[in-house]
Design a protein around this ligand. Sequence first.
Ligand code: UDP
Length: 313
Amino acid sequence: MRTVVSGAAGFIGSHMCDRLLVEGHTVIGLDNLLTGSRRNTAHLENESRFRLLHQDITEHFDIEGPVDWVLNMASPASPKDYLENPIETLDVGSAGTRRMLELAREKGARFLLTSTSECYGDPLAHPQAETYWGNVNPVGPRSCYDESKRFAEALTMAYHRKFGLRTNIARIFNTYGPRMKLDDGRVVPAFLDQALRGEPMTIFGDGSQTRSFCYVSDLVDGLYRLLLSEERYPVNLGNPCELTILEFAQRIRQMTGSRSDITFLPLPEDDPKQRRPDISKARAVFGWEPKVPLDDGLRLTIEYFRDMHTVAA
Ligand code: UDP
């Protein structure tokens, strides 16, 4: 099996490459390193079945030889990153997805799009099932990401309908684990970094908004199973264990043994008030559900962030 992965130097992309290699694949990773890092695949340097190409998928590229799977995982994914790079985010979801779909079509390969729970916007339905069409502000600051992913889903379905391409779409909910970027602004790296430094933990709003956090190995397992399934419509992947951001801050404070204060800052525009995946479909279609409890996943993530701090110091 030969698999092309865009976003291979990213957080989830690099973990997916690891899993594919374990499954015996040869992996060609593509990344323009806008938000990804070579550090995430440094451990694969001597792996003969892995290659990382510095490639922007919105620009022309050729892959020689047969390809069995095409995994389109490239995009800025944290609010800070996509707000700083709105045009690049729109381009990678549209032009980038188009090139990856064309690659799959040319090679007769299976195609996976990693989409997002942001497709549901600030949801009015709770928990969110795949049948919910969402509540996205099409011109708000987050629209560059939300609409880019919604467009990518539409394009993927069009390639499936028009060319019979074998496609899968995963809607990924908040995921955490080692290799998250320390400064990507997301709540997990932000709180861990602040707690480990003893700096104030910054809660946006009053902390009553909710999120549900899935450990990265569970997520990758869901993606792999989805790829083996016949499901063409989007499938939610995430951990339904929901907590408020205030509870989350307190949990991290306690687990790191930190004495950080908690400070409250203004809530960003259009920040979703609640988010929890309904994963009935993933359970029914390919027997998937997350296995790693939040405390276990956080312990592993804290270890990674501690090591990163030691390296930086
Ligand atoms: N958040 C926070 N403090 C931070 C970073 C994020 O309170 O330093 C909040 C953010 O407002 C949101 C939640 O944590 O309600 C999750 O934010 P994140 O950026 O991780 O991802 P999102 O789920 O919004 O895409």
